[in-house]
Design a protein around this ligand. Structure first.
Ligand SMILES: CC(C)(COP(=O)(O)OP(=O)(O)OC[C@H]1O[C@@H](n2cnc3c(N)ncnc32)[C@H](O[C@H]2O[C@H](COP(=O)(O)OP(=O)(O)OP(=O)(O)O)[C@@H](O)[C@H]2O)[C@@H]1O)[C@@H](O)C(=O)NCCC(=O)NCCS
Ligand SMILES: Nc1ncnc2[nH]cnc12
Length: 312
């Protein structure tokens, strides 16, 4: 910890030693807050209902290999990771260092879930966003959506773009589901999302969260609307993997129809959302990528709110 406290990159500008120690403490405190918010956002995603095809506390959606307790074990296994990657981001660590932390977190997640992929997309998206937000804080950059996104792209954009073309060996030369889908359907998925600075988070989910809240609806309604907006817009490789192009079209159409009818602003929205849930389950569709990106948007939204409360 002493070595960490002395790291010069944790500081924005040369300060008096006493001020330096205070700034380092505050920056590390912010990393702890980010890590807590990341876990909280993943938990908010898990407990949200109705959530088409996805696992919640109410049912397992389209999954027979995981339930809410699998996700809770996964969450617990990630409790140190988000702090570690935030601190690495604060220091402006190179991408390969962030990647090492993420690969170790994936391994811990898989051990905790008995080999089930619960949060691979979240480890990537929320991890990179924690790193970018901590980097901003360390340099006294305002925690605003466009600043966070620009920071992510300036600091790690080249590496993310290279990563989007890299073949990671998942054992015995196997391709990931994302890579197989990218080849079969020419869709981007998680890697492209990262390389473009998470447009689904900044251009789709965050504006939808803000818009529903501004209309006076509750946070859980804002999350439902944001999830539907994501399902209507992204190329979710998990949906393609399970349902092919037809499944992806089904998810987009139903989600767009829900939003066009007014989303959670429409009377009876819950019945519509439940009908969509039952339809996805009947077709074994699971928009897991949208679920991860929803949690990522909740993280950014809550971190920006924290900064506003601080009066920064
Ligand atoms: C960078 C990686 C995340 C790249 O992943 P890749 O493209 O190779 O694909 P996958 O390994 O398949 O994982 C990608 C996960 O990302 C989520 N996702 C899908 N679409 C999108 C999208 N458009 N944008 C963002 N994120 C997306 C998705 O996560 C959810 O799906 C999970 C279940 O997926 P899966 O196991 O495929 O499906 P099941 O239905 O469970 O399988 P069956 O039961 O049918 O067998 C679900 O839980 C969500 O999490 C994808 O899973 C990454 O692999 C990588 O590079 N990792 C190393 C770490 C790293 O380098 N990080 C960079 C620094 S932080
Ligand atoms: N609630 C959920 N159900 C299924 N897959 C997911 N991936 C991330 N969150 C999920």
């Amino acid at each position: 910890m002493r070595r960490l406290m002395a790291h010069p990159a944790l500081l924005a500008a040369p300060l008096h030693p006493l001020q330096q120690r205070r700034a380092v403490r505050q920056n590390l405190q912010f990393c702890r807050q980010l890590a807590r918010l990341a876990l909280r956002s993943l938990h908010q995603e898990l407990v949200l209902y109705p959530k088409p095809g996805l696992v919640s506390l109410i049912d397992n959606g389209s999954h027979d290999d995981m339930d809410a307790s699998t996700f809770l074990r996964s969450l617990f296994s990630l409790r140190h990771y988000f702090f570690q990657i935030a601190v690495a981001g604060l220091k402006g660590a190179p991408f390969h260092h962030l990647q090492k932390l993420a690969i170790a977190a994936e391994a811990r997640m898989l051990r905790a879930t008995g080999g089930v992929n619960t949060h691979r997309g979240a480890i990537f998206a929320l991890g990179m966003l924690c790193a970018a937000m901590a980097y901003c804080r360390g340099r006294k950059l305002p925690l605003q959506a466009e600043v966070i996104r620009a920071t992510l792209l300036i600091q790690w954009g080249d590496a993310l773009a290279r990563h989007s073309g890299v073949h990671l060996d998942h054992g015995a030369g196997q391709r990931s589901h994302g890579q197989s889908v990218a080849l079969a359907h020419a869709v981007g998925g998680a890697r492209e999302e990262g390389a473009l600075g998470f447009p689904a988070v900044f251009e789709v989910a965050l504006p939808q969260l803000q818009s529903t809240l501004e209309q006076g609806r509750a946070p859980h309604e804002a999350r439902i609307d944001a999830l539907f907006a994501l399902m209507a817009h992204i190329s979710d490789t998990n949906v393609y993997h399970r349902g092919g192009a037809e499944g992806a079209q089904r998810v987009r159409q139903q989600s767009a129809a829900f939003l066009a009818a007014g989303g959670t602003g429409a009377p009876g929205w819950r019945t519509q959302a439940l009908a969509c849930h039952h339809d996805f389950v009947a077709h074994r569709l699971s928009p897991g990528g949208a679920a991860d990106l929803l949690a990522a948007a909740c993280l950014v939204h809550q971190a920006m709110a924290l900064e506003l409360e601080r009066g920064a």
